[in-house]
Ligand binder design. Sequence first.
Ligand SMILES: C[S@@+](CC[C@H](N)C(=O)[O-])C[C@H]1O[C@@H](n2cnc3c(N)ncnc32)[C@H](O)[C@@H]1O
Length: 304
Amino acid sequence: MGWIKARLKDSLDALPPTTQTFLRSIYKLLKWPDRKRTERVFNAATSTGERLSPESLPDLVDSYPSFPPYSYAAEALETRGRTRAKQILNLPGAKGSRVFLELGCLDGMVSWALARHGKTVIGIDRRSEGFDSRALAAGVDLQTMDAEAMTLPDNSADFVFSYDAFEHFEHPDLVLTEIARVIRPGGYVWLEFGPLYLSAFGPHIYRTIPVPYCHLLWSREVLSDYAADKGAPIDFRHVNEWRIGQFRELFRSATDLETVRYEESLDLDHLDVLRQYPALVKQCTDDFEDLIVSHIRILLHRRP
Ligand SMILES: C[S@@+](CC[C@H](N)C(=O)[O-])C[C@H]1O[C@@H](n2cnc3c(N)ncnc32)[C@H](O)[C@@H]1O
């Protein structure tokens, strides 16, 4: 099941953005009655009760399908790089842009694919272990750098982009301020990221503990002990805990950056868990949307 979903996600990512948006709208429509039913249960609940016991965790883990490993195989990195570069090049302003900057690039293979389209690309990450030699060979300027305090000059990039990193940056607000500084007036910014912390798989530990919303049901100590026993220790600090309202406010209040396109995708596949444990879930948030908005895609334009 996990494999099927991962394959479907890859296929969805490769479709044109308008088709993706259309399919997401159909999904929301089909899930609407389930969502409303769950929201009613959530609103009626009071925030009480003890977290679940450690003994209940292994059985629940076994009852969920495991996720496929995120592939870092050479070929998979190339395919992902090409798919994302194609998506970027179809965005407004991208074809005419010369200097691209990728934040949280890890392997740098999206930058690699853009370099092969003749673009000048800088890829930054605070860790250099993942930098792929193919990106370096293609001329990508891979640099170890903190996106919250970049050492790049003002107005030095025509197009800034980032995949699956904004939920990891400790201070997304500092990163956005830095983006507004390094992007030239008239340039564009594409950010795609998630899952957000309070959504079903927000703590990014689903490959070890595939139980949706596990972080709202068990204490961190219970989850950490379980993962350590499995030989896959988890570090909750590698994701920030920003909520959807904070991200909305961040982008809304960015004075130099105007939102051109904004999309939130929902994960409505695990509403049964929210209905089963509404009192526990409510201890973590009063806002139902925190629980269901999982990903954000945003295109911003630096005001001229
Ligand atoms: C989940 S990985 C995503 C990597 C890649 N973009 C992808 O989609 O496969 C998040 C990346 O963000 C990087 N990162 C986290 N905080 C950072 C920061 N403050 N500055 C630069 N990179 C950061 C991490 O080192 C990691 O490589």
